[in-house]
Design a protein around this ligand. Structure first.
Ligand code: P6P
Length: 340
């Protein structure tokens, strides 16, 4: 996109709001607040090697995972920015036990709540691989003017109003989906603005990249093992063997899958019957984005977005990406397991 044609995130969200006369602009304003938090986190991530913020914080989160210093910085940044937003009634973070309800009058009368994984893939921080912030925006189900309840944060993904991520990679990008489209914005550091760089993203219907932690193969079901063998088989007509790409950062692996097509999966296995990834903080927002772009996302049985959450930090198996690749792995996994 030429310099003269730059459309900033602010301009884009205002244009989108104008398409709907009844829209109040609150969702757009909340997206801009999240973008601000992303810019602040980006500043810390980009200089992490030069300041004393690499490495472990010396604490663990609700997941029992060791927190990196940048995990805590990102979490605190999002909590602070959203507390000062006029459009967020409360938040729930992957790093914290419970949700937080903002009590000031403005916030209590806001109609949205935000869930986030402040810095997904943070084990990659010290080796400079892509990491990201994942966010979900729901309309609250509790009454305006009252304190948020857990029900506000236990809504299924098919109730999402918007979801997105900020990826701190070779460039810093914000990608978000509404029910209408998925759009990507690249941070232009010289003006400090996210600018539209990937309008109307579509996930290719098929692909040639599969993304899974192959080290867990011995713990996978027979059906899944047969699918991985299928990926590695030589079949020139069908473009196999596929390429295996896995960086251990869901945002990085999913961004590639969204743009280039492919299949990302974190299946259930013998030691993790519900897989590893969190429904509310990772799987639902990513499923919303990929499905808005034409892909599909399943837990192996049903659409991720149709799962009724029962706990804030529950984990689910996930198969997500190009429609034809997800359908194939589910067919092979089920067929083989059905026989077993
Ligand atoms: P494993 C990062 O810790 C994360 O939550 C996701 O970003 C990533 O896809 C997954 O876990 C990696 O898990 O077990 O392969 O290291």
């Amino acid at each position: 996109m030429l310099q003269g044609q730059l459309i900033t995130l602010d301009e884009f969200t205002i244009q989108e709001t104008r398409k709907f006369p009844q829209a109040t602009g609150e969702l757009s304003s909340l997206l801009r607040d999240i973008a601000l938090a992303g810019k602040i986190i980006n500043k810390q991530v980009r200089k992490a090697g030069l300041s004393d913020i690499l490495g472990k914080q010396g604490t663990s989160n609700i997941q029992g995972e060791e927190q990196m210093k940048l995990d805590v910085i990102a979490d605190e940044t999002l909590i602070h920015v959203l507390k000062n937003s006029t459009d967020c009634a409360g938040i729930a973070s992957e790093e914290n036990d419970d949700h937080v309800s903002y009590e000031d009058t403005f916030s209590a009368n806001s109609k949205y709540v935000v869930l986030f994984d402040p810095l997904d893939g943070s084990s990659n921080i010290d080796v400079n691989a892509s990491i990201g912030t994942i966010f979900s925006i729901y309309r609250r189900v509790s009454e305006l003017g009252t304190t948020c309840t857990e029900a506000d944060f236990l809504q299924p993904g098919n109730k999402l109003m918007a979801a997105g991520y900020i990826i701190y990679g070779s460039s810093t990008m914000m990608v978000y989906a509404t029910r209408l489209s998925v759009n990507g914005f690249t941070l232009e550091p010289s003006i400090g603005e996210f600018c539209l760089s990937h309008p109307n993203i579509k996930c290719p219907e098929n692909g040639k990249i599969y993304s899974v932690n192959q080290g867990n193969m011995n713990k996978f079901s027979d059906g899944l093992k047969s699918y991985l063998e299928y990926c590695m088989e030589v079949n020139k007509e069908e473009g196999r063997p596929y390429s295996h790409r896995y960086i251990g950062s869901m945002v990085g692996d999913l961004h590639r899958t969204l743009i280039k097509g492919g299949l990302f999966m974190y299946p259930a296995d013998k030691s993790s019957p519900n897989g590893k990834l969190r429904l509310q903080y990772e799987c639902n927002p990513m499923a919303f984005i990929v499905e808005a772009a034409g892909g599909i996302a399943s837990n192996g049985d049903i659409d991720i977005l149709d799962i009724m959450p029962t706990e804030l930090h529950q984990r689910v198996p996930v198969y997500i990406g190009s429609k034809k690749m997800v359908e194939k792995v589910l067919a092979m996994a089920h067929a083989k397991d059905a026989v077993a």
